[in-house]
Every structure is written in structure tokens, then in C-alpha cells.
Design a binder for this molecule. Structure first.
Ligand code: C2O
Ligand code: CU
Length: 495
């Protein structure tokens, strides 16, 4: 007799990793409810809710080269699952994802963050050119009732970045409760390209959450008293796109550009279309690829972003095309993979003219200056005596593990030595080029500037980075947020 994955989960045979309780069983124990009930959110209708597009962030004023914004972080009750009571979320301006910033590169954005939540927060603009004071260091907390002004001096370079909470040891819960939003930086050159624009340039934040029968989002702690999160990562069995569960999106017969963000705490996706047609990738986090690349599977790790074009003119009016997730076995995921295999559906509803096109040459060739230099620092990611470690250590606010030089091209080597686990590694402060993975060229869609590198089991990657914005202290961590909250984080200081 062979057991399905789900039966093994029920029998407690599949722990998804080392020395840790399966998430599902632990949830059941905590709540004293039968396991099979606890392993499932209430039923969610598929493709029944229209995709929500987050509103744009509007400056409260603009002066000279600076746009001023005010964001209030607050508790809100919003409809998420049809037929269930309203869900309490924590949101930037009370919505999740928060408002989308469409920032003109070269201008400054000054964002006042007001904390009306009952918890400490810190705001990190992930992928931004932030000074150490404005970076949202995990210990630079805004207490309830407080506020902080973040000054972002974005250089003029194309970026699909995002902002999210970064409070020490509580980032997982805070992001899961809704504290995340898109932030796009455009350049003059990009605005002049004939790519899909305006309402045809669509943010898609993919997240997974677990809901209770009363409609509430349930962030499970391994130890609720100590607020210790689950080591593997916290997953959900409901896929949300822009906060809407498995939505449908009405499209015209033309090209659309999507800014896909994996805003999940721990889930890795492999994106694919249900009809097998390829996705066209223009860019990852920063700058365009030299040329667009096509792939029928696009893996996307937590915190990664991709700019993807889908041309719906190939399909007849009435066609329905699903965006699927083909990544099945994320270690530590207690849920039935069938529940997370559908992400959203595109419904082709009408004809349209399409003035957009994808230029044959999109971006400049990557700059490999310094790529042949020595490895300045090796970072080893491991599971050590039940802890997630970087070079055998866990986070210590008083320690710096590297002192990279300002404006000097630097090669770092990342080694995943943690068995079957995946680690998306994100150094703050600077984007970088992936030089190689296990000695081979990075994937075709990774060959431009990035700010996170997804390390697969036993993978080794080298990156080339030139820290050139600010000197000072920054963190680097795994972006499986529960790994991060378990102190899989280090600090370096640019000198
Ligand atoms: Cu997206 Cu340190 O984070
Ligand atoms: Cu990790």
C-alpha cells in the first residue's frame, strides 16, 4: 500500500524536515481540534472573485524633486473569503497589499509611516537604495502610536521592488497579517519603450494564507507564549493574489505586463500557464534582461519578483487560461499540494487593438567588472542543532560578519549546506549579479541585477556586488521569513 502525501501528513509521517513537528500536527495540538479539520481552511470558491488591483499611493504633496507620502498602518476588517465573516488584516492604509507606489526614478520619496497597530513595526523598502537609517533595520522599531519618516533617494534605474514589515522576530506574523505592498521605480528610457503601460501593467502579489472558520487569518506560532514561529516556515492552503483568493481577471486580446511578486512567507512557486504556452520574462527585480526570454516554468522564491508579459491576442474571446503553480514539494509545507496548484485565471473577454510591443533589445549587457576577483566572503547556510545558521552563527545585533568596501566590486559565495532545504538569500543595500550556480550560468531570467538569490538544496552560487549607495550597517538574511525570524540573519558594514 502506498500512501498519498496527504495521508502521510494525516498519519504524521511526513515531517518535511529535521527534528521539527509537522506544522499541521502542532496546530492541532495547540487548539485541541482534530488534525484533519485543522489542516484545511474552509472551502474557497475557485476563480469566483475578481482580481483586486491595489490603489496607487498618492503623494500628500510634491515639492521640487521630492514626493511626500503618509501611510497609516492599521487594523481593518475586509471581505476575503466569500461566505465567511470579514477578516481582520493589518495593512498599510488598512489594505493588503498596501498602496502601489509608482515612483519616478531620480526623484526622492519621503514616506511618513504612522503606526496605529498594536505591535512594533519596521518598514523595509526591499530593493531600494536606502541609507542605513531608512532601511527598516529589524531593531529600528516604530512603537504603537509612533511614526517614522523614511527618506528614499532612488537613483534612476528600473526596479520592481516592494515594501514590507521587518520587525525583529515578528516579521513573519506581520507580513502574513498583511504588511506588504508594491513599489515600482521607472526610468525615462523605460517609460519611452512601447511595453504595455497603465492598466495593462498589472501588479500581482502572490501569497498563501491559512484561514479559520470564522474568517480570521491564523498565524500559527510553534510556541504561542514565546511567539516562537515554526522553523520550517508558515504556509497556507489558500492562494491569494493581491489579497483576493484564487481570483479571475478579465483581459482583452492584447499584451499585458505583470509585476509578479512572491510575497509569501515560505512558499516557492513555479509559475506556468494551464495551456502550456510559455511566459515571456522581461526582467527580474532590477533592470531589463538584455532580451526577453521565454519559459514554460518560472520558479519564484519568496521575495523574488519578475516582470512577465502574456499576449492574450493569441486566444479567442471566451478563452480561460489559468496561472498554475507546478512547485509541489516545498519542504515543511503541511498542506495538500492540490490546494495550492491554481493561482488565478485570465478570462479573455473582448477584442482590443494593441499598440504595445516588446523591443528585441531591452537592456544593457550586465557589467561584469570585478567578476574575476577572489571570493571575498563565503556565507554558509545551514541547519545546526535545530537552529538556522549563517557561518555557524545566529543573528546578533552587536556583531558584523563582513566589512565590504564601498564602491569596490566584490564577489561573495553562498553555500547552502542544509540538506533538502531552500533558502532565498537577500542582502540589503545593493542589487547584484548572479555569476554562477553550481559553476553553471544562472537561469536565463536571472541574468540581470537581482536582490535575492534562491538557493536550492546543496546549491552554491557566486554573486558580484558593488555597494555604492551608502556606507554603514545592513542586514542579510534568508527570506523564508520564519527562517529569518529564527535568526538566519547576519549583519555587514559597508566601509
Ligand atoms: Cu524583503 Cu530584509 O527583506
Ligand atoms: Cu532559509
Amino acid at each position: 500500500m502506498s500512501l498519498t502525501r496527504r495521508e502521510m501528513i494525516k498519519a504524521g509521517l511526513l515531517t518535511g524536515g529535521v527534528a521539527a513537528l509537522p506544522v499541521g500536527r502542532a496546530i492541532a495540538t495547540l487548539r485541541d481540534e482534530p488534525l484533519d479539520e485543522m489542516l484545511e481552511s474552509p472551502p474557497v470558491p475557485t476563480f469566483a472573485v475578481p482580481l483586486r488591483i491595489p490603489p496607487l499611493a498618492r503623494p500628500v504633496r510634491s515639492e521640487g524633486n521630492t514626493d511626500y507620502y503618509e501611510i497609516t498602518q492599521r487594523v481593518a476588517r475586509v471581505p476575503i473569503i466569500p461566505g465567511l465573516p470579514l477578516t481582520e488584516i493589518w495593512g498599510y492604509n488598512g489594505i493588503t497589499p498596501g498602496p502601489t507606489f509608482r515612483h519616478v526614478g531620480g526623484r526622492d520619496a519621503i514616506v511618513k509611516q504612522i503606526n496605529r497597530l498594536p505591535v512594533d513595526v519596521s518598514v523595509h523598502l526591499h530593493g531600494g537604495d536606502n541609507s542605513p537609517e531608512d532601511d527598516g533595520h529589524p531593531l529600528d522599531l516604530i512603537p504603537p502610536g509612533g511614526s517614522k519618516v523614511y527618506r528614499y533617494t532612488e537613483e534612476e534605474s528600473l526596479s520592481t521592488i516592494w515594501y514590507h514589515d521587518h520587525a525583529i522576530h515578528e516579521t513573519g506574523r506581520n507580513v502574513y497579517m498583511g504588511l506588504a505592498g508594491h513599489f515600482f521605480v521607472s526610468t525615462e528610457e523605460e517609460r519611452a519603450l512601447p511595453l504595455p503601460k497603465g492598466r495593462f501593467d498589472v501588479p500581482l502579489a502572490i501569497q498563501d494564507k491559512f484561514f479559520l472558520k470564522d474568517g480570521s487569518i491564523d498565524y500559527p506560532y510553534k510556541d504561542p507564549e514565546e511567539h516562537e514561529p515554526f522553523q520550517q516556515g508558515v504556509f497556507g492552503d489558500v492562494i491569494l493574489v493581491n489579497g483576493t483568493p484564487k481570483p479571475f481577471f478579465r483581459v482583452l486580446r492584447r499584451k499585458y505586463r505583470f509585476r509578479v511578486l512572491n510575497g509569501s512567507n515560505a512558499r516557492i512557486y513555479s509559475l506556468a500557464l494551464s495551456n502550456g504556452d510559455p511566459l515571456t520574462v522581461l526582467a527580474s527585480e532590477h533592470d531589463f534582461l538584455q532580451q526577453a526570454v521565454q519559459t514554460d516554468r518560472l520558479p519564484i522564491f519568496p521575495s523574488e519578483r519578475y516582470q512577465v508579459v502574456i499576449d492574450f491576442s493569441k486566444y479567442r474571446v471566451g478563452s480561460k487560461i489559468e496561472l498554475r503553480n507546478l512547485f509541489e514539494d516545498v519542504p515543511g509545507d503541511p498542506f495538500d499540494p492540490d490546494k495550492t496548484s491554481q493561482i488565478m485565471r485570465f478570462d479573455v473577454v473582448d477584442d482590443a487593438s494593441d499598440p504595445s510591443s516588446i523591443p528585441a533589445d531591452l537592456g544593457p549587457a550586465p557589467d561584469f567588472t570585478g567578476a574575476t576577483g577572489p571570493v571575498r566572503k563565503e556565507w554558509v547556510f545551514e541547519r545546526n542543532g535545530g537552529a538556522w545558521t549563517i557561518n555557524d552563527k545566529v543573528f546578533d545585533e552587536d556583531r558584523f560578519d563582513a566589512l565590504p568596501k564601498f564602491n569596490v566590486p566584490t564577489v561573495w559565495r553562498f553555500v547552502n549546506q542544509s540538506g533538502g532545504w531552500y533558502h532565498p538569500i537577500h542582502p540589503h543595500a545593493e542589487e547584484f549579479l548572479i555569476l554562477d550556480r553550481n559553476g553553471k550560468r544562472p537561469r536565463p531570467w536571472e541574468r540581470a541585477m537581482k536582490d535575492v538569490v534562491g538557493l536550492g538544496p546543496n546549491e552554491v552560487a557566486r554573486i558580484l556586488v558593488t555597494f555604492h549607495h551608502f556606507r554603514g550597517p545592513y542586514v542579510m538574511h534568508c527570506h523564508n521569513i520564519e527562517h529569518e525570524d529564527h535568526d538566519m540573519m547576519t549583519q555587514f558594514k559597508i566601509v
